[in-house]
Design a protein around this ligand. Sequence first.
Ligand code: ACM
Length: 772
Amino acid sequence: MLGALVASHAAATVLPIVPFPASVEAATGAPVRLATGARILVPRGDVSALRTARWLASLARQSRGLGLAPTTRGGASARVVLRRRAGPADSEAYDLTVAHGQIVISASSDAGLLYGAVTLWQLMSAEEGRGPVSLAPVHVADQPRFAWRGMLLDSARHFQSPGFIERALDWMALHKLNVLQWHLTDDQGWRLPIAGYPRLTGVGAWRIPASVGAPPRDPRTGRPPLYGGVYAPGEIRAIVAHARARNITIVPEIEMPGHAVAALLAYPELSAGPPPPRSVQSDWGILPYAYGVDEHVFAFLDQVLGQVIALFPSRIIAIGGDEVPLDIWKASPAVQARMKALGIADETGLQNYFIRRIEAYLAAHGRRAIGWEEILKGGPLPPGAIVASWQGAASALTAARAGHDVVIAIAPTLYFDNRQGVLPSEPPGRGTVVSLKNVYELDPGAPPLPAPGPVSAASPPAAAFSSADRAHILGLQGNMWSEHIRTDDRMAMMMFPRAAAVAEAGWTPQSERAWPDFLARMPAEFARFRSVGLAEDSSVFAVEIAAEPAGAAAARITLANQTGYGQIRYSLTGAEPDAASPVYSEPWSVPLPSRIAAASFDGSRRISPVVRESLDAQSIRRRVSQQLDLCPGGLPLGLEGSAPAGQPRAVMLVEVMNLCWMWRDVDLAGVRGVKLEVGAIPFNLQIGADLARIVRRPSTHSGMEMQVRLDGCEGELLTALPLGPARPGLSELSAALPPRPGRHSLCFAVAGDSTDPIWGLNAVQLVAGKGS
Ligand code: ACM
């Protein structure tokens, strides 16, 4: 049973609908059976309803193998009826009634019919299995809480295939998400062809990937292979049409005045200040280049936006506006002269001038601008401009008070480049854990504001959102920044299941939302993902196996999953755990060696991958970076090491500002040595003045080394292992350790002058001495 959400209704049944509807009432009567051959009736001539019926039929075929038949004839005998009702064409509301042998979906709009069909498909796939399905009588009356239920896809830092984007649009629509902000340009790539400016994509879409040492060369050309990609106009039109059919607006994003190096090196005359680099950078971060402010720059941007408007029907166009490197404008005589001529006092004022010019162009062409919260800087902006709040909800409040509509996109909670859990199997990404629960618990109607500081005239008490402020909140958006997301498969994992939490936060009334209920719907949701080819991240239910030495020839095992949901079952025979395997209840000891396999179950249904570990005296004294604590620093990243072509790349968790790892509370009795797996990672991050804040430790010799210290990173130096020259792949370093029996902390710290490459610690193996 679903608990609070439907417990108030008499015949409450499990309804794993995501996002949960505004209103669900159980009805009376016999269940309605759907089997192959059942017809879906759509109004004659209703092209949109027919398209939705066909999609429903294809989903039913994928997930249950059912052949439903869309038709425009024979009302009384149809099992599913899509019906138009009077009402606004832009409403997303629908009603779905399962009763009297029929399933009726009624809505005034294309979106409502689509969403009713999605809800029906979710009801049909509530239970895993193929073949006919019986639906309990129910009445759903549904509509969204927010108009903007979005995701941002960064196709500039890494390029996703058009096919992937269309699949991602389907997955979004299956969750009633309705905005894709498509980040098409940035420092590292320009992906959108613009007629008259062939170098934007000819040059600006291609870069030499970062490497440790000299880049590899293609033996056929003698040159480094380039990374990049361009979306052809035809592909864009197909993606836009696909999105439209799924009630998704694609909001294209063209970054300015910063985050534009790819364009600036294609057309250097657009650049303020120093000439841009000669080829597209593979560095992440804030690059110190910006557009100039001369009329020819605005003429160029008007050209670009004019073509963007022609390609994308969205009434809203994203213009970036974040992280403008104002120092570039400060240092440019041309920019300073123009600023004076315009009578503008400072660079922040100039930023406001720049954004207002662009906003005015869009407004004159019937479009609204959306920009990141920095567009609020330097002066007022016409209230039609929309603000995306990312550095915290204070900007949302400021924007709303100034009359702007707001999209909540705050970091880190809605920055889906952050990892979702702590397991070593997580793909690369930012190192802060943003779990499904973290995302779910964000209320976009009351995003967390900073705690009020001491009240003074200069700093008034931190306000809360009033109902007038809240009326400006359009909704929320999960952001798929892609610096660390190289592949389509990883993008899917970073998106889901968190996009489902975005969907429910954006759709379901806050009073109907509760984490335990949402979590209880996830097993059905994950099964549904698989039926549409979506391989989601497994952090929610994946089992973590922790093993510690326990006496001479045994290990103490602790099993857990992130959410504590369900039962963890295990086997010690090497067999896959099943519904009859023992259930884990508390830590216990196993003899060494042992093989353990474990998985989470929801009743008899397995809901996580099976994890396996071979436990022996060595393995229980080994830790990978994700199992160690990072030193404090502020920039934790899960980074891929380099590897020879075609070989897997280790993912190492590193604190870039302070390269050390702690293994706390480890029993050193009998430990005589250590083996470290280390790997070099290109330092392709531009962090500006923060570079000076990277903690550097003196090396005991002339090169870089990994130091092992006792009881903290300032503690006794046990050994220092020279790192040697950086090369692709992992290297193993070994050293003896002096005996230090008892429980201690070990610190593993990189020492030496250089910051490039970043040295990652992939794994630590403690080596026990003979006879210990
Ligand atoms: C941003 O993360 N710079 C919007």
